[in-house]
Design a binder for this molecule. Structure first.
Ligand code: NAD
Length: 501
């Protein structure tokens, strides 16, 4: 039996129960099949995975009320106890790592070579925030001549977490773990294209002993379930990961109830390669950051800015590497690129092959769609692009790289910054002064120099411009999920103004 067949057989075993129960919501600790459902299908072959509960505004209302009811006790639980419980959840995630990985691949089309670590990354997110839970409420002592000011933080209340379909398990834990550690209760609305592992996460949390109502799962569409969540008066804040234009809609929807929002949105991130760089390492990193995870990653390096003096040599090597990338079944351990999430998204990505031609760029590699029932596209490289072309400005969100030449540092900086987005940037140069000067002037929330996206959980994660509002990571997450409070105590008999005396 091949490894692929073994993985398929294990997956079949994990999916059996969903054929019977469907993917249910979890509200106030209870499973709910929902009065209406929608189908989730695998991007590998369009086969039905399960029927999914489709929440409407009354389901959202019950979930928000369950989160509200559970909030006082959860917020009052000592940080040490929350820490122990969150570590228990991390243990349970690790124990079900294989199931999570196989389900994630089948539901999203992501290759197992990357998703096999999804559960471990998710568990690491829980452990990191578990350890910070006991100190989350800590504050400062700020004495003035006549007052002692004491600050402290309180969890903001029940929050809504709305997540996208790319690496959904990891991203859900990235938002939910700090919210729980802070003492918030959560209503989670996962993406309709990838509901499977959000269900596993909510079950894992319940089975590990998370009290009823602390984490509620509601599946459904953005325009009804998502919208109702952002408008609900009991939900105090919305942590959202997804497209920039959805972020803008959520801001409008949340305006009447004055929602606090945290947005992790789209990107069109440059990887800038100067001729003095270690070109072999730059090539490895540039290829990895756009063709891993099917290119469906917010921090992908989707624009290559290559210095004219090394362009020919670099692009020739790139074409070879792109042509060698193994496209295949996501559960085959040798696969590097799997099918795209959904037909709708596949059509969007493929439409850029025509835009590239129409605008005068060259399709130097790929630009084709392998014959298959699934949503496969060949890893693609556009060359001879200019900075204002659609392929150089818009987020394509697939295994598609646009190469743009530049002459000098000033031109590179101008091209790098001349887009609506500002999430991440990757800079390759061995000139230290230039690295410092350039990264200081680059408009992006996160910049890696001579590196790919290597995450450090205490560091801030997030974007500028159309790429987001707010930061996750370290203590930054708590700034979002908690309210600051200042208590000023008079330390003597300071003068109080006497009106009408
Ligand atoms: P999307 O915006 O279409 O959907 C994201 C979520 O929002 C889904 O759960 C959806 O149902 C919900 N939604 C849609 N309309 C809504 C509405 N009116 N009100 C409330 N909720 C609504 O995004 P997607 O296509 O699922 O994900 C891909 C996008 O996510 C890309 O743009 C990518 O760059 C971005 N992303 C950003 C980061 C980051 O950290 N910056 C990380 C991952 C993904």
């Amino acid at each position: 039996m091949s490894t692929l067949d073994k993985n398929l057989s294990r997956l079949g075993h994990h999916l059996e129960r969903f054929a019977e129960t469907g993917i249910q919501n979890l509200i106030g600790g209870k499973d709910e099949a929902g009065s209406k459902t929608f189908e989730t299908r695998s991007p590998v072959d369009e086969s039905l995975i399960a029927h999914v509960a489709r929440a409407d505004s009354s389901d959202i209302d019950r979930a928000a009320k369950a989160a509200k009811a559970a909030f006082p006790e959860w917020a009052a639980m000592p940080g040490k106890e929350r820490k122990a419980l969150l570590h228990k959840i991390a243990d349970a995630i690790e124990a079900r790592a294989e199931e999570i990985a196989l389900c994630e691949c089948w539901d999203t089309g992501q290759a197992l070579r990357f998703m096999s670590k999804a559960a471990l990354r998710g568990a690491a997110n829980f452990r990191f925030y578990a350890d910070l839970a006991p100190s989350a409420q800590d504050g400062k002592s700020l004495p003035s001549p006549d007052h002692l000011n004491i600050t402290g933080r309180k969890p903001i209340g029940p929050v809504g977490v709305i997540t996208p379909w790319n690496t959904p398990f990891m991203l859900s834990t990235w938002k939910i773990a700090p919210a729980l550690a802070a003492g918030c209760t959560v209503v989670h609305k996962p993406a309709e294209f990838s509901p499977l592992t959000a269900r596993l996460l909510s079950e894992i949390c319940r089975d590990a002993g998370l009290p009823d109502g602390v984490l509620n799962l509601v599946n459904g569409m953005g325009e009804d379930a998502g919208k109702a969540l952002t408008e609900h008066p009991d939900i105090k804040a919305i942590a959202f990961v997804g497209e920039s234009r959805t972020g803008s809609m959520i801001m409008k929807q949340g305006a009447d109830t004055l929602k606090r929002v945290h947005f992790e949105l789209g990107g069109k991130n440059p990887v800038i390669v100067f001729d003095d760089a270690d070109l072999d390492r730059a090539l490895d990193a540039a290829v990895f950051m756009i063709y891993s995870l099917n290119g469906e990653r917010c921090t992908s390096s989707s624009r290559l800015l290559i210095q004219e003096s090394v362009r020919e040599e670099f692009e020739a090597k790139l074409v070879k590497r792109v042509g060698n990338i193994r496209v295949g079944h996501p559960l085959d351990p040798t696969t590097e690129v799997g099918p795209l999430i959904h037909k709708v998204h596949y059509d969007k990505v493929v439409s850029y092959f025509d835009f590239a031609r129409e605008d005068g760029a060259t399709i130097a590699a790929g630009g084709t769609t392998p014959e298959s029932d699934g949503h496969y596209v060949a890893p693609t490289l556009f060359t001879n692009a200019t900075p204002q072309m659609r392929i150089a400005q818009e987020e394509i969100f697939g295994p598609v790289l646009t190469s743009i030449p530049f002459k000098d540092e000033a031109e590179a900086l101008h091209i790098a910054n001349d887009v609506a987005y500002g999430l991440a940037g990757y800079l390759w140069t061995n000139d230290l002064t230039r690295a410092l000067r350039f990264s200081d002037a680059m408009e992006a929330g996160m910049i890696w120099v001579n590196s790919e996206n290597v995450r450090h959980l205490p560091a801030p994660f997030g974007g500028t411009k159309a790429s987001g509002i707010g930061r996750d990571g370290g203590d930054w997450s708590f700034e979002f999920y908690m309210e600051q409070k200042n208590i000023a105590i008079a330390t003597g008999l300071h003068r109080i103004p006497q009106l009408g005396a």
